[in-house]
Design a protein around this ligand. Sequence first.
Ligand SMILES: *[C@@H]1O[C@H](CO)[C@@H](O)[C@H](O)[C@H]1NC(C)=O
Ligand SMILES: *[C@@H]1O[C@H](CO)[C@@H](O)[C@H](O)[C@H]1NC(C)=O
Ligand SMILES: *[C@@H]1O[C@H](CO)[C@@H](O)[C@H](O)[C@H]1NC(C)=O
Length: 448
Amino acid sequence: MFSLLTIFPILFTLSAATPLADLLGPKSNAGYNIQAVLIAGSNEYYNYRHQADVCHAYQVLRNHGVPAENIIVMMYDDIANDPENPFPGKIFNAPNGSDVYAGVSKDYTGEEVTPQNFLGVLKGDKALAAKGKKVLTSGPNDHVFIYFADHGGTGLIGFPSDTLSSDDLNKALVYMHDNKLYGKLTFYMEACESGSMFENILPDNINIYATTAANSEESSYGCYCDDPKIGTCLGDEYSVAWLEDSDSHDLTKETLKQQFKDVVKHTPSSHPQEFGQKSLASLEVSQFQGEKAGKIHSPRRHPRSSVNSRDIPLVMLKRKIKRANDAAEASVHAKKLYTMIAGRRFLESGIKKIISQLCSNGYCSDAQQVMSTRRPLVNHSTYSKVAKKFQSSCLNLGIHTHGMKFMYAFANLVESNNFNESTLTRFLEDLERACNNHIADHGFKAIV
Ligand SMILES: *[C@@H]1O[C@H](CO)[C@@H](O)[C@H](O)[C@H]1NC(C)=O
Ligand SMILES: *[C@@H]1O[C@H](CO)[C@@H](O)[C@H](O)[C@H]1NC(C)=O
Ligand SMILES: *[C@@H]1O[C@H](CO)[C@@H](O)[C@H](O)[C@H]1NC(C)=O
C-alpha cells in the first residue's frame, strides 16, 4: 500500500524536472484530456497533399501542447520517400513552408490504413490494443478531435484500397457516444462531397460538432498546386485554411465558430458546412487542439492556385507535358494522360450503361434524368449496402477514386425506389449483373 509519505517524495522528485500538470496531461485540472485521431486516406505521390495536411495537423496539435501519446496518426507513409519527391524525407504543406513530416508519429501505415482499423481506433478496440496498436482510450469527460483528409463521394470517403460509408462512420460515432468514449467530439473532414457524410445522419444531440470541406454535392479543392519542383498540390483549401488559422492564433482565445468562419473565408472554391451539435462551436478551439500558446506563426496565405480535387492528376500531367525538356519525355507523360482520359471515359460510359440497364429492370424510367439530378441522401443504411455491392462487383473505389464522382446516381435510385428488404435484395442482384456486363469484366487499370 502507498501511503502519502511514500508518494510525496516521488512527486517532488518528478516535479523538479517536470511540472505536475504536464505529468497529468493538458487541462487535467479542467477535468478532461484531449485525444486525437488524424487520418490520410490516400496513397501515391499525386495525392501528396492529404498526407501533407495530416502531418501539418500533427504539428499543430503538438505545437499547442497535445502530448504525442494522445495523438493517433494513420497515413500510408509513401510520400516522403517517393522517388518523385525532390526533397527526400520531407513533406511540405505550403510553398517554402517548413517540413511537416519531421517527428510525426506513424501509428498505422501502409496496408494498416483501413476503414476497419480506423473504426477500431475510434471504438477503443481491445483486439487492436492487444496487438500493441494505439486506439483511443478516452472516457466520458475527454475531448476527442478527429481530422480526415482524402477523396470522397456521396456517402463515402476513401482509404488506400477501400471506402468507408457514412452509415458505418456514424454508427461508430453513436457507439462511441453510447459507450461514453468521449465527453465532446469535434470532427474536421476534407473530402469531395464531404457534407454527405453527415447530412441527414449525424445526430445533433450527442456532443459531436463536425465541419466539412464541401457540401454534399460539390468537389473540394487542392491548393498550393504551382510548385514546379514538387509537381503536385501541397495541400487542400479547407484543410490549409484551418491549419494556418490554428498556426496563427492563441487557441484559448478563439472559438470553433470563429475558426469555422475563418475557414469559410479562406475556402473560396467550395462551401464548408457544419453538422451535429452546433452549440459546441462556442467552445474554444484549444479544447480540441491544445491550449499551449506555442509558437504563433503568421499565416502564410500565399495565392492558393486551387484545382478541383478530381482533376488534379490530369492537370499535373498536362503541366509535366508543357515543362518536358524534350519530345521523348513529353510523350511519356502524354501517353499517361491519354490512358487516364480513356479510363475516365470508359468509366463514365460504363456507369451510364449500368444505370440504363437498371432502368430497363424497372428501377427508373429515364437514365439520363438519373444521371443529371441529385436527390439528397436520406436512407444512408440502404445506400451503404448499395455502395458496398458496387465496390465489390464493379470497381474498387478506394483505388479508382474517380468512380466516387458518379455514386450520386445510385443514391438517386435508393431515394426514388423506397426499397424494402426483398426489393433491395433483387436490386443488389441486378446491380451485380449490370456491373459484370459493363465494368467489372472490362477491368481498366488506368482509372484514377
Ligand atoms: C520560395 O523561396 C524561393 C527562394 O527563397 C523564392 O525564390 C520563391 O519565390 C519562393 N516561393 C514562394 C511561392 O514563396
Ligand atoms: C416489398 O415491396 C414490393 C414492391 O413494392 C411488394 O410487392 C412486397 O410485398 C414488399 N415486401 C414486403 C416484405 O413488404
Ligand atoms: C431505409 O430503407 C430500408 C429498406 O431498404 C427501410 O427498412 C428503412 O426504414 C429505410 N430507412 C429510412 C430512414 O427511410
